[in-house]
Write a protein that binds this ligand. Structure first.
Ligand SMILES: Cc1cc2nc3c(=O)[nH]c(=O)nc-3n(C[C@H](O)[C@H](O)[C@H](O)COP(=O)(O)OP(=O)(O)OC[C@H]3O[C@@H](n4cnc5c(N)ncnc54)[C@H](O)[C@@H]3O)c2cc1C
Length: 422
């Protein structure tokens, strides 16, 4: 459960810790690391720009759906929230691929394929945040980090503003041994530290509207439909289905309702799920349009700051792996920080970055490769894409991700060497 605690109150508790930690952003990554550090007995200060502890979104959108891969299982176990996660999510097994006409051309059992590595489940982002917050999670909302001095050595001097959305803002000066920057894909905070600049980010020039449809009997089935100039996906979560209707950015001004009608007119086969999905988008009240772009930072850690989650490497949602990797990274960072003193911090951050960054960038590269097939196919080859889907199984398409699951992240690789007895 999230509790809104004033910044000064959180800071007073953190000041008694040997390692004083500030976490910026209470999304998937920030929430996970803050809660893992609390289980180690630390008192990290968690700040979040959003004013809404329920949705934790600032952009006026109604959240979205996540399909989570098995790498989240050990993280949920470490937080002691696996049962709550199961209760608030649904198991996903089948993937149905539709041709540009709407006809189902292929069905794969992705859940069964991944079962040897763990669970594959669908959950709404807001529900995941609730799960991660556990029985108790303190955060200061309506807040952001405005300045970091001395980001390259010694403790970081920071300026935090509370009341960012109101007329009466308060400025707090504070000192932290470590600032964890987890404010998402559009991170402003990373621009305050070395390494926060982009290293070859990808903009697909596509985006999409998210809408919610009522649940149906196929709660374990995802549907994806690839058309000429559009994409439609239906992803079940608990009690509803998240719908994503994608198009080139240039079509956004048409609006969700008219674009959904255009897509409907192009389909010759309408399954009940696709019909419901298009209706949900057409009837959604001002659905949010998500830009499909990613971000890769040139460096994750300095001596006293570290980028985490999408702020370090933001994902295209094509492989459905960004949240899973954010949670895995948070677990590895928590392991690196376990029993780490301020003097040991730079080495701990180096261990973390060298172990985790290659994994995350491999997953990001896999998402980019899938994006190429999805977004950049010339119109004349769209029919061929259906043919490609017939030939290429989901196992082949997701091979790099499955490889990461086969060789899971190992917290021992980053732990403080002085913790080892022999
Ligand atoms: C439509 C869509 C579908 C997706 N589908 C999947 C999927 O199926 N599977 C999957 O694994 N991943 C998926 N992803 C990706 C996944 O959501 C992200 O990779 C994941 O949320 C990253 O976690 P994060 O904590 O880094 O960022 P976020 O979860 O975005 O959290 C960032 C937090 O920082 C806050 N914030 C922003 N600026 C500031 C500031 N200046 N100060 C303080 N706080 C700030 C934000 O309000 C937010 O709460 C999807 C993403 C989208 C958009």
């Amino acid at each position: 459960m999230m509790t809104w605690v004033p910044f000064d109150e959180q800071y007073a508790a953190a000041e008694t810790d040997e390692l004083r930690v500030l976490v910026v952003g209470a999304g998937v990554a920030g929430m996970t690391i803050a809660q893992l550090l609390r289980r180690q007995g630390r008192h990290p200060v968690l700040i979040e720009r959003s004013r809404d502890p329920e949705t934790l979104t600032d952009d006026d959108h109604a959240g979205y759906m996540l399909a989570l891969m098995p790498m989240v299982d050990p993280v949920l176990d470490a937080l002691g929230v696996r049962e709550d996660y199961r209760a608030r999510s649904v198991a996903i097994d089948r993937f149905a691929f539709h041709a540009h006409t709407g006809k189902v051309i292929r069905q794969d059992r992705l859940g069964s394929l991944l079962a040897r590595y763990g669970e594959y489940r669908g959950i709404a982002r807001g529900e995941l945040i609730t799960v991660l917050s556990g029985a108790q999670c303190s955060a200061t909302f309506d807040s952001s980090l405005d300045a970091i001095a001395d980001a390259e050595s010694g403790p970081a001097q920071v300026q935090v503003t509370t009341g960012v959305h109101s007329e009466e803002k308060d400025l707090h000066e504070a000192e932290f041994d470590l600032v964890i920057i987890a404010d998402g894909l559009g991170s402003h905070t990373r621009t305050l530290v070395p390494g926060g600049e982009s290293e070859g980010s990808v903009d697909t020039a596509w985006g999409g509207w998210v809408a919610w449809a009522p649940a149906d009997a196929d709660s374990n089935q995802v549907d994806e439909l690839w058309g000429e100039g559009f994409f439609l996906g239906a992803y079940p979560v608990k009690d509803r289905i998240g719908i994503f209707l994608g198009c080139p950015d240039s079509r956004e001004p048409l609006g969700a309702r008219r674009f959904a009608a255009e897509v409907r007119s192009k389909l010759t086969t309408l399954t009940p799920r696709i019909e419901t999905a298009l209706t949900a988008v057409a009837e959604a009240d001002g659905p949010y349009f998500w830009a499909l772009r990613d971000f890769r930072s040139s460096q994750w850690a300095t001596a006293n700051t570290v980028l985490l989650g999408d702020a370090a490497a933001g994902f295209l949602p094509t492989a459905g792996i960004g949240a899973g990797m954010s949670m895995e990274s948070a677990r590895m960072l928590a392991a690196a920080l376990d029993s780490t003193s301020p003097a040991q911090l730079p080495a701990a951050l180096r261990r973390y970055e060298s172990a985790q960054r290659p994994r995350v960038e491999r997953a990001q590269t896999a998402s980019r490769q899938l994006a190429r097939l999805m977004f950049y196919l010339p119109g004349a080859l769209v029919g061929l894409r259906g043919f490609l889907f017939l030939l290429v199984s989901i196992k082949t398409a997701l091979a790099p991700i499955i490889d990461l699951l086969k060789r899971p992240a190992n917290p021992q690789d980053v732990e403080n060497p002085s913790l080892r007895m022999w």
